[in-house]
Design a protein around this ligand. Structure first.
Ligand SMILES: Cc1cc2nc3c(=O)[nH]c(=O)nc-3n(C[C@H](O)[C@H](O)[C@H](O)COP(=O)(O)OP(=O)(O)OC[C@H]3O[C@@H](n4cnc5c(N)ncnc54)[C@H](O)[C@@H]3O)c2cc1C
Length: 404
């Protein structure tokens, strides 16, 4: 009998297992994959709020030691003007973009070092129930035999196609099809010099580039999700034509480098799922999948893990009724994550800027404190609800009028 079984051993699951095992709980973590394992469907930027959590858990040093540079300069080129800024209220004061084979392994090693038991190559099949309560799992071992394990709590950290979510019948809300989101095409390059983290925004498209491990740069372009798909053999020409149109300077720097891996081109449907019920909860993409345009998913997953582990620890150690204590996870997660999810979805439309938006960016160009707060929306140190509140919008335009 385990205290907690965590299904999925990447950023959400490994972090949850790490935090619970450190509190002395008996944790089993399973994954169908074997580790170290990469996960290429991500541009893996971990923003300031995520870096602060990695620091709090004592694993950020290992990220730095993987030769993953601290990212401290951010720019957003809007054509008419370029905004520069740094998210406020961050302790580490940097973002990082460790490859998933690096980040997931660091978290998993720390979880195992804290006492969590890891079983790899194990595929969750279904959940065990007593009445309406989830009490365990059945899974397939690598040799094809069936494994049955019981626990006081089951955590689904099994990604956006979560089998745990399906099995408990978790309800989805704030759901959007992939056509309503962004279509992201990216690759790794070596030999490219960057000017910090670069974002370039134009009507109906966006480009970005940042540094990761192995002295490589990750660069991509984003179009609306309903755009026609480009044939695989035409991806390189498509990418450079888009990049050239948005930023001839960045296109030239990328051309001077060397592409190191195949192109990835993808779009995802997004949603929130009811994240908690009797004996179960969902963390990371299993419970909340956000459009990649704000690169929010990993930071969200780490924050979910932190919150859920705190509540589970309280409940498991008898500081209140277990179900009632963990039930608070739903509202506390959504208070932070839903505004960011809806902001990401709106941004993913890549709509041409309205007069209001042009006025906002003009105001930000002359107001460094507010420009920093705008970057803080992405760094997840400033809530989109606060930043885009009518009072804050008025403060920015009033300040712009005074400066003019
Ligand atoms: C194109 C793209 C770009 C992105 N870029 C960024 C970015 O720059 N920054 C950012 O923060 N986020 C980004 N994201 C989002 C980010 O990748 C996700 O938020 C993150 O991977 C979620 O982590 P997770 O641990 O919840 O789930 P996952 O990483 O999906 O891991 C789930 C794990 O569960 C395991 N699993 C699944 N089913 C089972 C089963 N039945 N039995 C056993 N194991 C199972 C899987 O093997 C896997 O290891 C991007 C996403 C996309 C699509």
């Amino acid at each position: 009998m385990h205290d907690v079984i965590v299904v999925g051993a990447r950023c959400a699951g490994a972090a949850t297992a790490l935090l619970l095992a450190r509190q002395g709980h008996k944790v089993l973590i399973i994954d169908q994959d074997r580790f170290p394992s990469d996960m290429r469907l991500s541009t893996h930027l971990v923003w300031h709020a995520g870096a602060d959590l990695l620091q709090k858990w004592g694993v950020l040093e290992a990220v730095r030691a993987s030769r993953c540079p601290a990212l401290t300069e951010f720019s957003l080129d809007l054509g008419e003007l370029v905004l520069k800024g740094t998210p406020p209220d961050a302790q580490v004061g940097a973002a990082f973009a460790p490859k998933r084979i690096v980040l997931d392994q660091i978290l998993l090693d720390a979880a195992v070092a804290a006492g969590a038991e890891l079983r790899e190559g194990v595929l969750l099949d279904d959940l065990l129930r007593e009445g309406d309560r989830v009490v365990g799992i059945t899974a397939k071992n690598p040799d094809g035999t069936v494994m049955t394990e019981q626990a006081r709590w089951i955590v689904g950290a099994d990604g956006r196609h979560s089998r745990v979510a399906r099995s408990v019948g978790s309800t989805a809300y704030h759901e959007f099809p992939k056509e309503a989101g962004s279509l992201n095409t990216f690759a790794y390059f070596s030999g490219v010099s960057l000017k910090g983290v670069e974002f370039i925004s134009r009507p109906e498209r966006m480009a970005y580039a940042w540094a990761t491990n192995d002295d490589q740069v990750l660069a991509g372009v984003m179009l609306p999700g309903h755009s026609p798909r480009v044939a695989r053999q035409d991806t390189e020409a498509f990418f450079f034509a888009e990049m050239e149109a948005m930023s001839p300077d960045l296109a030239a720097r990328l051309r001077a480098g060397k592409r190191e891996e195949d192109w990835i081109s993808t779009s995802v449907g997004t949603f929130c799922r009811q994240p908690v019920g009797p004996g179960w909860s969902l963390v990371g993409d299993a419970g909340l999948t956000v459009d990649p345009i704000t690169a929010a998913g990993i930071t969200n997953a780490l924050r979910d893990a932190d919150l859920l582990a705190e509540l589970l620890h309280q409940g498991l150690s008898g500081q209140g009724d277990l179900d009632a204590t963990v039930a608070a996870y739903a509202a506390r997660r959504d208070a932070v994550s839903v505004p960011l999810h809806l902001f990401s979805q709106d941004m993913a439309r890549l709509a041409p800027p309205t007069d209001e938006v042009i006025q906002l960016f003009t105001g930000l160009a002359h107001n460094q404190a507010q420009a920093d707060r705008y970057f803080g929306v992405f760094g997840q140190t400033v809530s989109p609800a606060d930043f885009f509140s009518p009072e804050n919008m008025r403060a920015i335009t009033d300040q712009a009028a005074i400066s003019a």
